[in-house]
Each structure stands twice: as C-alpha cells, then as structure tokens.
Design a protein around this ligand. Structure first.
Ligand SMILES: [Zn+2]
Length: 423
C-alpha cells in the first residue's frame, strides 16, 4: 500500500485521495494552501451574506435568520458561537437524534443550548426504527450509521422548509479537510447530490422503501420520514442555500474547541478506544466506535489515521509520533461494539460475516484458517526515503489535548442502555 509521505493516509482512503509526484496527498496539499487565502476578504463576504439574510427575515417578519444543524459537539458550539455571538444572527438549532447517545453528548448538547440561549428543534427516531435501519444498512451498505448521516443531512433541510428559513449554516466542509476533495476557491455549498453521494452512500429513502431487503426488515415510510429531501420546487421557491463556514473562516477545529472549552463550558472525553483525540465525536457511542471499527475492517485504517493526519498537517505532531498513535488505536475493538450488537440482535461472528465481502483485499489478506490480517500498515513506512523531503516544521507552541475536569459525564462508552441511549 502507498502511504502519504507527509501524513499517514493510505492510497485506499475514502473518499478518494490523490497523491502528487512527491507522494504527498491531496488533503495535505489543501491544508498547505490555506494560508495563501485572503481570509479577511472571505470574512467580509460572510458578513455581507449574513446581513442579507437578516434583512430578509426582517422584511418578511419571520423569526429565525438561519438553521444550524447541530449534534452538540465541538463544531456545533463554534458554529453557534459565530452565528449568535460574533455575527448577531438568530439561529434555530436543529438536531437529528440517532438515539445512540452518550452521557457526555447529552451534557454537551444541553450546554450548547444553555450557553448560547438558542431555540432548538430535535427529531428523535423511535428505537425500533433505529434497530431496523441500522441492521438493514449494515447488511446493505456495510454501514451501521446510515441513519445518522441521512438524518443530520436531511432533517435540518425539512425544518428549514417548514419554518421558511432560507439559510442553513454548516461548519466544516469535511471531505475537503480530510482528503482535499474540493479546492478552497470552489466555495462549495451543500446540495442534495453531495449529501446523497457522500453521506448517504447513494441511497435515498425512495430507493430503500422499494428494496427487497428493506421490505424483509419491515422498514416503512414512517421509519424513513426524517430522510425525505424536500422537493426541488420547495427548495427553489424559497431560495434555500446551505453554506460551509470553513469556506469563510480559517477553520482550525482544535484551536476553536479549546476556545469553546475555556469560554463556553464544552466538556472533553477522558479517554477513547479508537483515537487519542479527546474533542471529536463525543456525542454518540457508535460513530466513534462501531462505525469507525467498520472502516478499519473494510479499509485497514481508522479514526486514529484521520486524527493523526490532521495533527500532522497542522504541525502539532510529527509523522513518527502519529504513526505511534495509529499503531496504538487503529486496530482496537471498541467496547461499545457489544452494546451495538445486542441492540440490533446479531453476534460478532455474524457482524464480521456481513461485511466480509467489503474487505479491501489490497490491504486485507485471508489466511488459510479463515482469519483476516492486514498486509501492510503505515508503521512499515516510517522511514520511507522521501519523508524528510516533504516534512513540515512543527509548531513550537504545540500543546497536548486539553482534558476538562472529571465529572459524571466523562466516559464515552459503557452506557446504561435504559437511560441515556434513547434521549
Ligand atoms: Zn497527506
């Protein structure tokens, strides 16, 4: 397997990553290009855009200036801070509740609403719906969390149409950050197609409702209700637009989170199974654990690779330190896997069997005894000859991840199934 000479991404990283002639990936090159952007000018564009939407709200005598899709995580805090405190917008916070909540996630969502004093709207799928959808999506797409992505990418659009709010403010354009899918000058915006291709694995609820396996799992229109995208007429009629703040502000998730911890009470994890990052994706027990473990079982890398690559690009970690983190975390079986398996009612053997055909055989090899082993790892590429040539200097002020004081909410696994999971 080829690995980026600067960060730790493998050539099979998803969505597709490109390596240049120096062996540096498209994600690394994108982050490198960011300082050349005139962020002052971009911020002026943002101010003008927001002023225009505030004016429209006033003219039409409506209440909310924008929708912010939130989970309660670090980016939700920062997006809401920017909109409400810095730019004086009146946002409606909209959440899709996937129901696999952690105590820490519920605590942080409560904190978000309280700190910024915003109205909030939350759609909760019922437990049986989630059970059916997760089991179906695992079998159909090898994805335990299709409903998370479909929900957070669709329900806020439904809410915007229902409440006639023509602006949706997303945080980071995530795929650009990770693998450099779009250039910074593209000023890419949210579209139905982008959501469908990248967040919903190409599946719309209209496809699922007619699918044989979905019918067998008993999936109904009600189960899919929060995932139906509003019609083109509805979207065009109100001129609905979804912008990414990372196109307008020099996005630095780690720095922003530390500001949210210090000023607005955001709480960190104390420890994680599959990464060293204490700030990211704390609200659910599945996306960090099971969803990410699935990525490892399919492609041989996980969240520690994502998080390490980000740290290296932002000059807070050497490639060698990053490789140690990948070695420590990427293969770890998450503790929340047991809770997930018992919730959807399958065994671990069945779970592995379901996704066996999705294993990328460029990285996974099956031994005669039936066990799968990874054929390569970035660990074997620590001393590749070209690494020093493309190295970026470390930030002399780099610091370890902050940990907020221990509280009742500090664990992100081992939940009480009867308590927080359904909130
Ligand atoms: Zn890279």
């Amino acid at each position: 397997m080829e690995y980026c000479k600067r960060c730790v991404y493998p050539a099979n990283a998803k969505p597709d990553i490109i390596f240049d002639e120096k062996g540096v990936c498209s994600g690394c090159r994108l982050i490198e290009s960011r300082p050349s952007i005139d962020w002052k000018e971009r911020e002026r564009w943002l101010r003008e855009l927001l002023e225009e939407y505030r004016r429209r709200t006033r003219e039409k005598d409506r209440i909310y200036d924008c929708v912010i899709p939130v989970s309660g995580g670090k980016d939700s805090h920062y997006q809401t801070y920017l909109m409400k405190v810095v730019y004086g917008m009146n946002p409606l916070l909209v959440t899709y509740n996937h129901i696999f909540n952690t105590k820490l996630g519920i605590r942080n969502l409560t904190n978000l609403i309280k700190q910024f004093n915003c109205d909030s709207l939350r759609f909760t799928s019922n437990p049986e719906t989630v059970r059916k959808l997760s089991r179906y999506a695992l079998k159909k797409m090898g994805d335990a969390t299709w409903h998370y992505h479909a929900g957070i990418m669709t329900f806020p659009i439904q809410a915007a149409v229902k409440y006639k709010i023509p602006l949706i403010v997303w945080g980071e354009e995530g795929f650009s950050e990770l693998v450099g899918m779009h250039k910074q000058d593209d000023m890419v915006e949210f579209t139905k197609k982008k959501r469908q291709e990248h967040s919903m694995r190409g599946f719309e609820p209209e496809d699922i409702i007619e699918d044989e396996l979905a019918i067998k799992e008993g999936i109904t229109k009600q189960d899919l209700a929060p995932f139906f995208y509003p019609s083109e007429e509805e979207i065009a009629g109100m001129g609905l637009r979804g912008i990414y703040l990372s196109n307008y502000v020099n996005w630095n998730a780690r720095k922003q989170t530390e500001f949210m911890i210090e000023k607005y009470g955001f709480e960190t994890a104390q420890e994680r199974d599959r990464t060293f990052n204490l700030y990211d994706k704390l609200d659910d027990m599945c996306a960090n654990g099971v969803h990410d473990y699935l990525k490892y079982l399919k492609f041989g890398y996980g969240r520690a690779t994502d998080d390490t690559s980000t740290e290296i690009r932002h000059r807070r970690m050497t490639r060698e330190e990053g490789i140690e983190m990948v070695k420590k975390h990427d293969h770890v079986r998450p503790r929340d896997l047991d809770l997930y398996l018992s919730f959807i009612g399958i065994t671990e053997k069945e779970f592995e069997g379901i996704i066996e055909h999705l294993r990328d055989t460029d990285i996974w090899g099956k031994q005669p005894n039936g066990k799968w082993i990874v054929k390569d790892s970035v660990v074997n590429h620590m001393n590749d000859p070209e690494v020093d040539e493309v190295r970026v200097p470390l930030d002399p002020n780099r610091k370890p991840f902050m940990r907020t004081k221990k509280s009742n909410y500090s664990r992100d696994s081992h939940l009480d199934e009867n308590e927080y999971i359904y909130l």
